[in-house]
Design a protein around this ligand. Structure first.
Ligand code: PMP
Ligand code: GLN
Length: 379
């Protein structure tokens, strides 16, 4: 078979979760909670299933859910999106991102991404025939260098894909970053894809910098979020996209033929559940406490903690423990120490290795304690 993606292997999340399982290691690699969502959410799914809502939802999503999303976005970001024409429910953020690229990138178009980059972006661009341009973010703080980003812009630049709060680094963009992005795209035809799946996981009183807060950006942005992250149900694979009507019309042309529509009773349950805003607004404090437990738990080990201002990921340097490449180090950590993590080189096209790994702290305190015990013994 002549591959369309010759350089692509199996995603690092699958590789590390499988290894963790084989070794009986505590899995702090792939990002997902090991605790349950509230029973009420399950009760709502069951309610809508029993009430007979088990056939296709409308292509763009159940109206009640689109209305609930519009209300949330208006309340949090002061932005108005029409549920009829500007909001679409997707099968998670991965599908939303893939569909946005497939719908909007033409062969030969250039797309700017920030490296380390979430692993689904580049393959989606390559399948669309786009050309990837990489802006480098570096340890310890992974802040964008806007002069360097500006140097990547050309008449062929079609899209910039941003991600704040950022996976894997846990960095949250500042208002200055957003203004720099506004300046960069003003007067151009560049489309922004804003991956905001961690929008509710921002720490220390910071504000999530949604593209929806900036009219100059919102008018050209496809904004992506995910209920999996927000309500502790990553396996449900439901997310959504916000975009102005003209962009959304193109998005839906593709969406209708790659998924058509998303699980009906789950959408109805999410619509009920998200009416109580405290459920998403409480997430920041919930994960900030876990971040603090995690950072305190690694004190006294050889790991150097990098800043973490959002997401449920903590990056660390391990140079004081080992000089092995990061892919070897996580193998050792999983097999010998019994704790799995993600090597950051997986998020660089050239495999750049800054000797940094990522832990996921979306875990029960008992799980974290058990991991600390192992890490303190060996690291
Ligand atoms: N973007 C980022 C930055 C992510 O971290 C993730 C999931 N971990 C996704 C997209 C995909 O989200 P979903 O599971 O809803 O497809
Ligand atoms: N986004 C999650 C992470 O960063 C994993 C999702 C996946 O496995 N594709 O760990």
């Amino acid at each position: 078979v002549v591959s369309r993606l010759p350089a692509v292997g199996t995603t690092i999340f699958t590789v590390m979760s499988r290894l963790a399982q084989e070794c009986g290691a505590i899995n702090l690699s792939q990002g997902f909670p090991d605790f349950s969502a509230e029973d009420l959410l399950f009760e709502r799914v069951s309610h809508w299933m029993r009430a007979g809502h088990n056939q296709y939802a409308p292509m763009a999503g159940v109206p009640a859910l689109r209305e609930a999303i519009a209300a949330k976005v208006a309340a949090l970001y002061g932005a108005s999106y029409d549920p009829e024409t500007e909001i679409t429910v997707t099968a998670g953020a991965t599908q939303a991102l893939f569909t946005a690229v497939a719908a909007l990138v033409h062969p030969g178009d250039e797309v700017i991404v920030f490296e380390p980059v979430y692993d689904s972006y580049v393959p989606s661009i390559e399948l669309a025939g786009g050309v990837v341009k990489r802006a480098r973010l570096s340890a310890p703080d992974y802040r964008p260098d806007w002069a360097a980003v500006r140097a990547l812009v050309s008449p062929k630049t079609r899209m910039i894909m941003i991600n704040t709060p950022h996976n894997p680094s846990g960095t949250v963009w500042s208002p200055d970053d957003m203004r720099a992005l506004c300046d960069l795209v003003r007067g151009s035809g560049i489309i922004v894809v804003a991956d905001e799946v961690y929008e509710h996981i921002v720490f220390d009183g910071r504000r999530h910098e949604s593209a929806a807060l900036y009219p100059d950006l919102a008018e050209r942005s496809v904004i992506v979020s995910s209920f999996g992250k927000t309500y502790h149900v990553t396996g449900w694979k439901v997310g959504y996209v916000l975009a102005p009507q003209a962009l959304m019309a193109e998005f839906r042309k593709v969406h209708q033929f790659n998924v058509f529509t998303v699980n009906t009773p789950v959408q109805l349950a999410l619509a009920d559940y998200m009416m109580d805003a405290s459920r998403h607004l409480g997430l920041a404090a919930f994960y900030q406490a876990k971040r603090d437990v995690f950072r305190a738990g690694l004190a006294g080990t050889g790991f150097e903690l990098l800043p973490c201002t959002g997401t449920y990921f903590q990056t660390v340097r391990y140079g004081a423990i080992s000089d092995a490449p990061d892919t070897d180090f996580v193998q050792w950590l999983t097999r010998e120490v019994g704790v799995a993590a993600i090597p950051l080189s997986a998020f660089f096209g050239d495999g750049r290795d800054e000797r940094v790994i990522r832990f996921c702290f979306a875990k029960r305190d008992e799980t974290l304690e058990a991991a600390f015990e192992r890490l303190r013994r060996f690291c």
